[in-house]
Every structure is written in structure tokens, then in C-alpha cells.
Design a binder for this molecule. Structure first.
Ligand SMILES: [Zn+2]
Ligand SMILES: [Zn+2]
Length: 320
């Protein structure tokens, strides 16, 4: 596996090299190069309008999923994208709110999607271990469907899992994925991702408190998706949660004020909050506090908000 020094110069050199190796076969002028759809913009709470953290990135023939929080398959159904078309999943870290939708995608992609190839999974240390146990956990169902009844393709019930380290972890059909380490307190390792395709780019923070490494890897990216925890709105919405618990949550995440400083340092063409609580109180705290340091384009993410990155960046909200 390649290792990667987090400096803009080495990042640029590596991307030029990878672009030469994996240039997209056909890219029509003015066609958006990269498209990202927020499948889940929410936190841990099970809410019908804010599913768990998950972003689908589409570029050329590639469909890559970043985290698989609660409801990932339901949101894919709504777009719609075939379950079997999403067979490459990248995990920022192994907190349950980022992976709890994975068994559903794995099994529904096989059963309904008729996937006849492995689900490819990349994640930090512990990912391959989790994947082995996931396959074991569903052994009863898999054995029946594979061997005794409907006889679905055996390969579709497998997971090809890779534990990665910081660096380029995927390069194919012109798209590259770089994992960079972030700072999620005791959750080590935890990563964010940068995706480059046809001269366009986006980055996803994963869960992190302010991280200089994130800034080094994502500077001048077209679109930056960043998490945030809004303590004021959270305290008001959850008066039963003790102050010390709120401080503990805040200590491993990024406040809206800190996010504004990060957006100013990264200088994206568009900054997007994701992995956030619902409601206008949260959204207005995010906007108000971030604007103290950052005056560039900013969106508060919603489920099924779709962002196309081409000559222009366009935002589309989901209309049922
Ligand atoms: Zn987390
Ligand atoms: Zn999280």
C-alpha cells in the first residue's frame, strides 16, 4: 500500500500521476464530472427525514459509497440507484452510526439486487474483522438462499474487505480516493476522504474535531462536506442530557465556529455541513457561527441533496 505525505505539493504530483494512469475514457463537455448525493445527513437519532451518515459519489461509470449509516438502502431506492450498482463502500471509522446500514446494503444488494460479485469494503483497522463477523452473523440466511432455496450467486454473499492506512486507497476509471487521518479523539484511527476525478474534487470529513491534517489534504477542494455539532441548539433540544455529556460529545467533534475557520482555511468552492441534527435551530446556529470566519458559499446538508461538480456547481434538492 502506498504511503502519502500530507503536503499539497506531493498531493498534486500524485494526482497528476494517477490521472495519467486512470484518465476517464469519455467525458462530455459541460457534463458534471462528479456528483455527490447525501443519502443520510443526520446524527445517531433514528429520524425519518435525517438518516445516518452516508454519501454516494458518482463519476463516470463509478458509484462509490462513503459510510453506510441507517437507511442507506432506502435512500438508494428513492434516487433510484440499483442496490447491486453500489458495491464499493468506504468507511471513515467504525462508530455504529456510520456502519449500521452496511448489513442491509450487503444483503439486499445480493438478494434483491442480484449482485453476483463480492461487496468491496475499505475501512480503518478492524474493518476486515467486522466484515468476517458480519458474514458469520447472517450465515443462517445466506446458507438457505445460496444453497437450499433460491440459490443466489455465492460470490454475492461475500465481502472483500481491506483495512487501509493514510494514502491513495482506490484508483480506477479516472477516479482516485485518498484517505487522510482525522482526529476523532479516542476513536483511532478515523479518516476523512478526498475524491478527485477529471480535475474536480470533493472531500468528506468523517467525524473529527478540528484537524490540521484535513486542511492539508483538502485545501482548495471544490466541495467540502464537514460534520458539525451545534452545542447551543443541542442543549436546548435535549435539556435532559447532562452538561458534561454535551462537553464530551463536543470534544470529539467540530463546533460550527471551528467549522467556519476550517472552511476559511480550506477555501472550497462550496462548503456543506452534514452529519447534523435536524431543525432550523441547528441550521441557524451552523450558519451564524460559521459565518464569523467564513463568507463563502455554504449549504446545510439535507437527505437526498445532490451536488453536481462540473464547470459550475449545482445543487438539487429531492422532490418526491
Ligand atoms: Zn464517530
Ligand atoms: Zn458519527
Amino acid at each position: 500500500m502506498m504511503t502519502f505525505a500530507p503536503t499539497p505539493r506531493t498531493l498534486a504530483a500524485c494526482l497528476i500521476w494517477l490521472a495519467a494512469l486512470t484518465s476517464p475514457a469519455h467525458l462530455i463537455a459541460n457534463e458534471p464530472a462528479l456528483k455527490a448525493t447525501i443519502l443520510g445527513s443526520g446524527y445517531v437519532e433514528p429520524l425519518p427525514d435525517k438518516y445516518g451518515a452516508s454519501i454516494l459519489v458518482e463519476a463516470g461509470t463509478e458509484k462509490l459509497l462513503f459510510d453506510a449509516g441507517r437507511g442507506t438502502t432506502i435512500r438508494l431506492n428513492q434516487i433510484p440507484v440499483r442496490y447491486d450498482a453500489v458495491d464499493k463502500v468506504f468507511l471513515t471509522h467504525l462508530h455504529s452510526d456510520h456502519v449500521v446500514g452496511l448489513p442491509d446494503l450487503y444483503l439486499t444488494g445480493w438478494v434483491l439486487g442480484r449482485r453476483n460479485t463480492p461487496l468491496h469494503l475499505w475501512g480503518p483497522d478492524g474493518t476486515a474483522h467486522m466484515a468476517r463477523h458480519l458474514v458469520d452473523a447472517f450465515d443462517f440466511d445466506i446458507t438457505i438462499r445460496r444453497d437450499k432455496h433460491t440459490r443466489y450467486a455465492a460470490m454475492g454473499a461475500t465481502i472483500d474487505a481491506t483495512d487501509f492506512e493514510e494514502g491513495v486507497i482506490y484508483a480506477s476509471n479516472g477516479i482516485t480516493v485518498i484517505a487522510f487521518e482525522v482526529d476523532h479523539g479516542p476513536v483511532k484511527p478515523a479518516f476523512g476522504f478526498r475524491v478527485d476525478y477529471a480535475g474536480k474534487s470533493l472531500a468528506i470529513s468523517g467525524d473529527t474535531r478540528p484537524s490540521d491534517n484535513l486542511i492539508a489534504f483538502t485545501r482548495d477542494v471544490d466541495v467540502l462536506f464537514h460534520e458539525a455539532f451545534a452545542p447551543e441548539a443541542y442543549s436546548a433540544a435535549h435539556p435532559d442530557v447532562p452538561y458534561l455529556v454535551i462537553k464530551a460529545i463536543e470534544s470529539v467533534h467540530t463546533t460550527p465556529t471551528q467549522a467556519g475557520e476550517i472552511f476559511a482555511a480550506v477555501n472550497p468552492k462550496l462548503a456543506v455541513f452534514y452529519h447534523i441534527d435536524p431543525g432550523e435551530a441547528f441550521a441557524s446556529e451552523l450558519r451564524r457561527e460559521a459565518s464569523k470566519a467564513y463568507d463563502g458559499p455554504l449549504e446545510v446538508g439535507e437527505d437526498l441533496m445532490s451536488i453536481s461538480i462540473g464547470d459550475e456547481i449545482t445543487i438539487q434538492r429531492y422532490l418526491p
